[in-house]
Structure formats: structure tokens, C-alpha cells
Design a protein around this ligand. Structure first.
Ligand SMILES: [Zn+2]
Length: 455
């Protein structure tokens, strides 16, 4: 993990510079695809706790990197439970710093078990390594007696569809800037994290959390956190409507019209897709006989195998996508030529995946009458140029690009695209949060259980 763009890369950089002995325990991740199994949670929790227990005689501090929005069929508080178990193991005196994703749903009880939390400042998460570095620096400073961490966590009963957690969009951009201003202007404020939460986890502590870390000044920390929290509440309507969300048919029609007139490609965002296999937009594009369209990383291991069996250069007629749930649409018929077929593994090149091994598994590239679909066996979201370059393509070959990313694509595609159009579909990640069957979200959370009259 050394020198990677992820949190562990930042941990390692700072700890090695400080001359610390690192005891690595376990690193694993996957994208959001429903609950983690209870057995998986227990297995990893045990691996982490056993690793800490084994190191305990010589242990000075603990750094944990958790996402912060994990659930299992029986747990809505996985990350809190993990922090609780680690704290019980290490006792009150060993510092525990936790790095979390900007999309963490952070319960305020987290402050009981860890000395500080550090969240990504940005979505796209271009500062993952930097976040790891912030946590590791705070740990080292605490161990050296230079920092007496006092953490304030304040919940704000507001949650956004992930699409609107892009930190380049106003007014979220200005709210994030409030955290930086507090760090700059107030000597006792060490670190501010603004967590947007994750709308697609059904948990009581869903939504925004403001975390302020001070050097032994909890009163100041609370004042700063309350000011930022009040601003989030005040701006809730503007946050929820940061950009237009188009219905399917109109969105595709608009996308094609814009693409025909533009010099650079238009990005059509099928953002509600959570498993990269939705076929709502692809089906509509096939119906409208669109051309020069790229649909990268459609997840369908069965279709990928069928293309591999047929072989490169052959004509195929296969059903693809729409298998993960009834909300993902139905499989669509692709008729066209197999341009590539094989196992695709490479080293990531984008700002978020630099240096990481990307394994798409058995994959294929099919040109279905001008709609070029890359079909992969491991669900992966297209957020950078790898889906083009790794298959010998460039974005300039296309007028319209269908992406399923929420915010991460913006780091690479905002400068390239002539327009970004957001299309809402009936999938699990819909922007219409109040249509989802939440059971654990308490009354008063905007916009799920509180319509809000708003700013
Ligand atoms: Zn995230």
C-alpha cells in the first residue's frame, strides 16, 4: 500500500517519516453492494482485534481506516461496534485515531471510543492519502505530547443522494470551505471533517456529521461544529437541488441532442445504479438507435463469458446487464462485433486509483451498432480514463459517455465533458430518497421523513 493514493498510503508515509514501527493487520475493500454478511463483519473484526491483541505489549497507538457506512443484516452500527471493541481491548490510555470516508454515517457515540475521526474533505475522494496522513500526524503528535485531542461530533438531520455530495457543487463547496477557514483562523482548531453521510444505508444515524478536533478546547470545538451544522440545515433545500435531475427518456433525448451539437463528449449519468449493471439508459439508447456512444464497465459475468467463448472478431447476439435486482431493469439484447475478449487486469492510473491493481475479471468489448459496451465480471465503477485506454480507445472516439459514478468521475470528466446530465432511474440509488423503504431512519431527517420548508 506504500505510495498509493488511498488512506493506508498516507498512514505509511507519515509513520515511516516519524520512525514508527508499523504493525499492519488487514486491508480490504469493495464497493457499496448491500449489506456485508454478519459472518464477514465478525471475521474481520476478529482479525483486527486479534492483530491488536498480539501487538499490545509494545503498542503505542492505533490507526483504523473504516468506511463508516457499513451495515449487516443484524447491525446498523458496524463501525461503531468495531471502534468499541478496539477501545475495550487497548484501554483508555492508548490513542485511537479513525479515518473515515466522507460518506460515513457517523454516530456521535464514536467520540466515546476514539480520540479523533478524520474524513475526506472532497468527493471525488482525491485526498484519501492526505486523510490518512492527517490521522497519522495527529496520532504521532498525541504520542509526543504535543496534542491533547478533544473531539466534538454533531449530527445534522440532513442526508443527500450521493450525486449531490460532490464537493465542487455549491453550496456544499462553501460549507466545506467553512471547515478550512476554522482550521486556518483558530489556533486551537486542529482538524475539521464534514461528513455527508450515505443515503443508501438504512440506519438511525444517517446523514451529515460535523467533526471538530481541537487541542484541549472542547468548548471552542462545539462552537465551530454548531456554526457549520446550522449552515448545513439552513442550506438543505439548495443542497438537495444542486443540479437538475432528468427523467429517463427526456434525459437520453437531451443527451443525444446536446452530443450532436457539441465538440466534446456529453456525460450521461445513470447515477441511481449501484451495481454497474442497470440497463435503463442502455436500453433507451438502443431504442433511439444512438451512435458513437460508450457504455463502460457494464457488470455481467455471464455475458462476458459468452463473448469470450465466441471470441474476438465474431458477431454475437447476447443478453447483458440488469441481473442484480428488479430495480436494475431487464437484460438488453446486444447484437454486434466482439472487439476484445479476455481477462483484464491492470494498474490504475486515475487520481483515485493510482497504483492500485484493478481486476475486471473476464471482460469483453462489444460494438453494438455504434454503442460500444465494455462488459466486466467484477463490478467496478468507471471514474477515470482507464475504461477507454485499457481497451485501446479514447474518449474522443465518442459523443456520449454513460457513467454510473456518483461524484468520483468529476475529477477526470468535468474538464473533458461538454455537459454532464443526471438521469434518474428506478434503481436503488434513486435521487428520490423518500420513495425508498427506510425502516431505521428517525423522524425529522430531511428529505426522508421531513419535507422541509427550506431556505
Ligand atoms: Zn465515499
Amino acid at each position: 500500500m506504500r505510495d498509493t493514493a488511498c488512506v493506508a498510503g498516507g498512514f505509511i508515509r507519515v509513520l515511516e517519516r516519524a520512525g514508527a514501527d508499523i504493525v499492519p493487520i488487514v486491508y480490504t475493500d469493495c464497493s457499496a453492494a448491500g449489506h456485508a454478511a454478519d459472518e464477514a463483519f465478525e471475521a474481520y473484526a476478529n482479525e483486527i482485534c486479534d492483530g491488536i491483541a498480539a501487538a499490545l505489549p509494545a503498542l503505542d497507538g492505533v490507526l483504523l481506516y473504516l468506511h463508516g457506512a457499513m451495515t449487516t443484516p443484524t447491525r446498523t452500527d458496524c463501525d461503531l461496534e468495531l471502534a468499541r471493541r478496539v477501545r475495550r481491548l487497548i484501554g483508555a490510555r492508548i490513542p485511537l485515531m479513525v479515518a473515515l470516508d466522507l460518506h460515513a454515517n457517523v454516530p456521535t457515540d464514536m467520540a466515546r471510543y476514539c480520540n479523533a475521526v478524520f474524513g475526506f474533505h472532497y468527493s471525488p475522494h482525491i485526498d484519501m492519502a492526505e486523510t490518512g496522513a492527517r490521522a497519522a500526524k495527529a496520532l504521532i503528535a498525541t504520542l509526543r505530547g504535543e496534542l491533547a485531542p478533544a473531539l466534538t461530533l454533531i449530527k445534522v438531520p440532513v442526508v443527500l443522494p450521493s450525486i449531490f455530495t460532490a464537493t465542487g457543487l455549491s453550496p456544499l463547496k462553501e460549507i466545506v470551505a467553512m471547515g478550512f477557514a476554522a482550521e486556518r483562523e483558530d489556533a486551537s482548531v486542529v482538524d475539521v471533517s464534514i461528513f455527508c453521510g450515505f443515503a443508501y444505508a438504512d440506519v438511525p444515524h444517517i446523514g451529515f456529521t460535523v467533526a471538530v478536533l481541537t487541542h484541549q478546547d472542547a468548548v471552542r470545538g462545539e462552537r465551530v461544529a454548531k456554526t457549520i451544522a446550522a449552515r448545513i440545515w439552513q442550506e438543505r433545500q439548495a443542497l438537495l437541488h444542486a443540479q437538475p435531475v432528468l427523467p429517463l427518456t427526456a434525459g437520453v433525448r437531451q443527451g443525444l441532442a446536446r452530443a450532436a451539437a457539441a465538440k466534446r463528449p456529453v456525460v450521461l449519468l445513470e447515477h441511481a445504479d449501484r451495481l454497474n449493471d442497470s440497463t435503463w439508459v442502455l436500453g433507451e439508447l438502443l431504442r433511439q438507435r444512438a451512435r458513437r456512444v460508450a457504455v463502460p464497465y457494464l457488470w455481467d459475468p455471464v455475458a462476458a463469458q459468452a463473448c469470450i467463448a465466441a471470441g474476438e472478431g465474431t458477431e454475437v447476439s447476447i443478453d447483458a446487464g440488469g441481473r442484480s435486482s428488479e430495480r436494475a431493469g431487464t437484460p438488453v439484447r446486444l447484437e454486434g462485433r466482439v472487439l476484445y475478449a479476455g481477462v483484464k487486469v491492470f494498474s490504475g492510473t486515475g487520481p483515485m486509483r493510482r497504483g492500485r491493481r484493478i481486476d475486471l475479471g473476464p471482460s469483453a468489448l462489444v460494438d453494438a451498432g455504434g454503442i460500444v459496451v465494455s462488459i466486466v465480471s467484477h463490478p467496478t465503477t468507471a471514474i477515470d480514463l482507464d475504461p477507454f485506454t485499457q481497451f485501446g480507445l479514447t474518449v474522443d472516439d465518442f459523443r456520449l459517455i454513460v457513467l454510473r459514478s456518483k461524484t468520483h468521475f468529476r475529477a477526470v470528466y468535468e474538464p473533458i465533458a461538454s455537459a454532464i446530465l443526471i438521469v434518474d432511474t428506478p434503481d436503488w440509488g434513486t435521487a428520490a430518497l423518500s420513495t425508498l423503504p427506510y425502516r431505521h431512519v428517525p423522524a425529522g431527517v430531511f428529505p426522508i421523513t421531513l419535507a422541509g420548508t427550506g431556505a
